[in-house]
Design a protein around this ligand. Structure first.
Ligand SMILES: CC(C)(COP(=O)(O)OP(=O)(O)OC[C@H]1O[C@@H](n2cnc3c(N)ncnc32)[C@H](O)[C@@H]1OP(=O)(O)O)[C@@H](O)C(=O)NCCC(=O)NCCS
Length: 150
């Protein structure tokens, strides 16, 4: 896809990240969570389409395991292939850091995200009951995994 650019997320970018995050999520991350991910060197990246910041993603790597902690596309730019492009980018970063598998958790009701992960090749490997706070109490998490090795 033309016009896409990936840039490391720095502490001074977090204001702009929060704008996208707040617009996209019912339960958004806070400034502190993003800063706590940047500090220890997690893979924290911004996505630009031409000169517009349209998304971000955060992944942690520990040994041969990686965890996708956040992937977000600005609502106005969703359903145009950007989430798939950002996912491909961050999975490649995980591979370059030596990870052999990527895990993630997703709200059972988040059909867009689950659809993105499934179409990429993630498999559901479990479920955590009542894992997330939700408007009417709690909600299950689907646990998904993607192998980075043949
Ligand atoms: C999940 C999210 C990142 C997807 O980004 P996107 O740019 O809209 O996704 P894409 O356009 O690249 O879609 C890729 C695939 O995901 C799936 N998908 C995307 N939106 C979907 C929807 N609303 N319903 C079902 N499947 C969907 C489809 O399989 C799609 O492939 P297709 O276009 O060939 O059908 C985006 O919806 C988002 O930011 N949501 C809010 C934040 C969030 O929930 N993040 C994930 C949890 S951390």
């Amino acid at each position: 896809m033309t016009g896409l650019r990936y840039q490391p997320m720095l502490p001074e970018d977090v204001d702009a990240v929060l704008e996208v995050e707040l617009a996209a999520f019912s339960h958004p991350w806070t400034r502190g969570i993003f800063l706590d991910c940047i500090k220890p060197g997690y893979e924290c990246w911004l996505l630009f389409l031409d000169d517009q910041q349209v998304g971000h993603t955060v992944l942690s790597v520990a040994g041969d395991e990686s965890h996708l902690l956040n992937i977000t596309i600005r609502p106005q730019n969703q359903k145009a292939g950007l989430g798939a492009a950002l996912l491909e980018f961050i999975i490649e970063r995980a591979r370059q850091r030596g990870a052999e598998v990527t895990f993630l958790e997703v709200r059972a009701s988040n059909l867009a995200a689950a659809g993105l992960y499934e179409s990429f090749g993630f498999n559901e490997i479990g479920r955590r009951p009542d894992y997330y706070p939700a408007a009417n109490g709690k909600e299950d998490a689907l646990v998904m995994a993607y192998s980075l090795i043949d």
